[in-house]
Ligand binder design. Structure first.
Ligand code: GTP
Ligand code: SPV
Ligand code: MN
Length: 656
């Protein structure tokens, strides 16, 4: 695994890792007596273009092909014609079907064993374990990511990926995270045997020829993805959806900038530009280069006076990022525009202003709960050029999911995501999978921000943290300062959702909404966030914590949420403006009475006292839980500043 003898000056006696893919393909070549020449593969496909690739990309593609043994290679140009071709292939294979009610929309149904990210099978690979995860203490099981050694990676993947594409086409997907050519953008090349992944990457990233041109012979993130079902099949597919859930593994090597994902064709497991590159590998690059790669939406908000600010917000998976990013404000005179709904790359510009780009090009949004009432903008966005996955369909060629009950014609019948015809609510089962999603081009969003592709990014005035907290956590509070804000991010917790394989609604720690996406040791990540204070002489964005999900004793949400969240954003704008709209509390700065605009909600009986109540016993327990989490999970890697901030919180709560 480790290359012999070569020691680079900046790795202090530690040999550099060689490319896992190079090594695996060499080992495969040595271990088999087969003819691994590419001629017979490439003649069937795009020989001319393979020859036309610049040396680094070509080497990667050829090594991947030797290792995975596809029967053809297709180098994607990113054109409309090519997209139609891939949709055709999938339709013929029975992987997708058209949704004639809309324009160029499609329904894919996965194998029910392949419906969400598999965090337990996702690994970061470094020589030193501590680089990836803090040492858990007191016998605790580490919950801040999974580490694997380079040697174990070789063992884990060698057999799985050797010949894994036999009989299939290997697609080569060159893609840019961020506008092509922006100084904030980064390039990846994904080889995959899934046309679904190709079509989805075409929507979610800038993909194709222009990216190869921008890349030249430069470095890129190498992404190898396989559904793990070589032909002929060993067992029948379910829903014509190839995957191998029992053997699924998703691995990342920051040092060599490689991602290898095997066995799953869905979501963050397979669209490797998203969580794998933009967050896991991205956060390691950001650490080195002095910027931030975060699981955050970015929105622009204009107040009735015409003043516009940009806000970034980190909520865990399925906790409201897409909805906030596309919000239709219920207060008159406000306008929200969307820059991104899931990921933000943020960097200081030459003036010391923190600016953000959305590295993505599309939305991979949660379907259930999306409706013309909750998110009319998303509903308009998905009417064309969208691939829906694991939603239900209606007999008139449309889609259905939980939350759309009032929006489908009376006379239609519903087929559930599992293919049950004549589905009804009485079955007691959901029509759509809770993690069913739409994959739709961002440029189609009716409120996409005019600056969403600005290569410089947009200036960030406020950063929000939040989660699903049924109890105790107020609707909004502001951190006293940056350090306190970093502690608030570190202490984030939320109810588990269906976006990953967790069961039930337990409250989980999810610091910075990044728990499943940290590319390196969370303690070092905190240090990196703290260091932002010293990287600029301009004011940093103000930090806030929001909770749309507090419930009453009957389990009902006590805040209307969605478009009414603009009332909270309005208060944030007042604070950013320096208005005296807040008062100190034990947890942070709360809105002064009447500074939260409630006009128009008079008939809804909203219990503001309950929304902002700080129960002493709850907060004492909260501090104890966070302290335990920090001690057990982060241990010696916890920065002192964070431990001190938690102590200060504890003291303030004592006085409640
Ligand atoms: P990922 O794409 O997994 O990262 O999720 P996300 O953070 O973008 O979450 P999204 O906006 O898709 O919301 C997930 C679920 O939460 C949907 O079912 C929404 O309807 C629901 N939701 C979003 N905002 C609110 C809110 O303000 N109040 C309530 N009650 N539910 C909300
Ligand atoms: C999330 O889980 O936060 C998502 C969906 O955005 S996935 O792309 O599958 O990670
Ligand atoms: Mn997400």
């Amino acid at each position: 695994m480790v290359s012999s003898g070569l020691t680079s000056a900046n790795t202090v006696g530690c040999a550099q890792l060689t490319s896992v893919i190079t090594e695996a393909s060499q080992m495969f070549a040595e271990s088999t007596k087969k003819d691994l020449s590419l001629e017979k593969i490439s003649l069937k496909a795009f020989q001319g273009m393979l020859v036309g690739l610049k040396p680094k990309v070509r080497k990667f593609v050829e090594e991947s092909a030797r290792l995975c043994q596809p029967s053809a290679i297709h180098i994607c140009d990113g054109s409309d014609r090519e997209m139609r071709h891939h949709l055709n292939i999938m339709q013929q294979a029975g992987m997708i079907e058209p949704l004639p009610k809309y324009n160029n929309c499609w329904l894919a149904r996965t194998d029910p064993g392949d419906v969400a990210r598999v965090e337990s099978k996702t690994f970061m690979v470094t020589k030193d374990r501590r680089e990836t995860i803090p040492l858990p203490k007191d016998g605790a099981k580490g919950l801040l990511g999974n580490w694997m050694s380079p040697d174990d990676l070789t063992k884990a993947i060698q057999i799985k990926i050797s010949s894994c594409m036999t009989g299939r086409t290997m697609y080569v997907v060159p893609y840019s995270m961020g506008p092509v050519g922006s100084p904030l953008s980064k390039i990846g090349v994904e080889v995959t045997d899934s046309p679904y992944v190709v079509a989805s990457m075409r929507t979610m990233t800038r993909m194709g020829e222009s990216v190869l041109d921008a890349l030249g012979d430069g470095d890129f993130v190498k992404c190898l993805h396989s559904v793990g079902c070589p032909l002929p099949l060993k067992k029948n597919l379910v829903n014509n959806w190839p995957c191998d859930p029992e053997r699924t593994i998703v691995t990342h090597v920051p040092e060599t900038k490689e991602i290898i994902s095997f066995g799953s064709g869905y979501g963050g497991n397979s669209l490797l530009g998203k969580k794998c590159f933009a967050l896991r590998i991205g956060s390691t690059i950001a650490k080195k280069e002095g910027w931030l790669a975060e699981h955050m939406l970015i929105l622009g908000i204009t107040n009735p006076k015409g003043v516009k600010k940009y806000i970034a917000a980190a909520f865990p998976s399925a906790c409201g990022k897409t909805n906030l990013a596309m919000m239709t404000p219920s207060l008159p005179g406000y306008k929200v525009e969307c820059v991104g709904d899931d990921i933000a790359w943020m960097k200081f510009d030459e003036d010391g202003i923190l600016r953000a780009i959305n590295p993505e090009n599309g939305f991979f949004g949660v379907a259930p709960g999306t409706s013309t009432h909750t998110n009319p903008v998303a509903m308009k966005t998905v009417l064309s050029n969208t691939i829906f996955t694991n939603v239900a369909k209606t007999s008139d060629g449309g889609v259905f999911w939980e939350g759309l009950e009032k929006e489908i014609p009376n006379n239609v019948t519903i087929t559930s995501w599992l293919g049950e015809t004549d589905w009804s609510k009485e079955s007691g089962k959901p029509a759509a999978h809770p993690n069913s999603r739409f994959c739709t081009p961002a440029g189609q969003c009716p409120i996409i921000d005019p600056a969403w592709e600005d290569p410089k990014g947009v200036p960030i005035s406020a950063i929000l943290f939040g989660g699903r907290r049924p109890e105790g956590v107020p609707l909004i509070y502001e951190a006293f300062n940056w350090r306190h804000g970093v502690m608030v991010g570190a202490a984030m917790r939320s109810e588990a959702t269906a976006a990953a394989e967790h069961k039930g609604k337990v409250i989980m720690h999810d610091p910075f909404a990044m728990r499943p996406f940290f590319g390196y040791n969370f303690g070092h990540y905190l240090q990196h966030w703290l260091s932002m204070e010293h990287r600029t002489d301009k004011p940093l964005p103000q930090i806030f914590h929001v909770n749309w999900f507090r419930k009453d004793e009957k389990g009902r949400f006590i805040w209307p949420g969605f478009g009414d969240n603009v009332r909270v954003l309005d208060w944030i704008l007042q604070r950013v403006d320096g208005n005296d709209a807040g008062e100190e509390s034990a947890v942070g700065i709360l809105p002064r009475p009447s500074s939260l605009k409630m006009d128009g909600l008079e008939n809804q009986n909203i219990d503001l006292d309950e929304l902002f109540r700080l129960p002493k016993d709850f907060w004492q327990q909260e501090v104890r839980d966070i302290e335990k989490y920090f001690t057990e999970q982060v241990g010696d890697d916890l920065p002192n500043e964070i431990a001190e901030e938690l102590k200060k919180l504890d003291k303030r709560i004592e006085k409640l």
